[in-house]
Design a protein. Structure first.
Length: 80
């Protein structure tokens, strides 16, 4: 979700979302809308703490902003 305009940029639904799939979707969003400065997320999902995802974000200079534990209302926004 683009935090500035509250627009959903991608929706991916499945019983499992491996890090490689998350990276693929983010690459599609970047091709369409440009690189975000940061991504806000929780650290409960293994796809968001996987080395593949973290190294991809580092390569693109995308800051990872983890929400506070127990604060799910802070989740699911991408700051562009």
């Amino acid at each position: 979700m683009d935090e500035r305009v509250r627009e959903g940029l991608a929706i991916e639904v499945d019983t499992s979302l491996p890090a490689e799939r998350v990276v693929r979707v983010l690459e599609q969003v970047i091709a369409w809308r440009g690189r975000p400065q940061a991504i806000r997320l929780d650290n409960n999902g293994p796809e968001f703490i996987a080395e593949r995802f973290m190294s991809w974000c580092a390569a693109w200079a995308i800051e990872l902003r983890y929400i506070e534990p127990g604060k799910p209302d802070q989740n699911a926004f991408i700051a562009l």
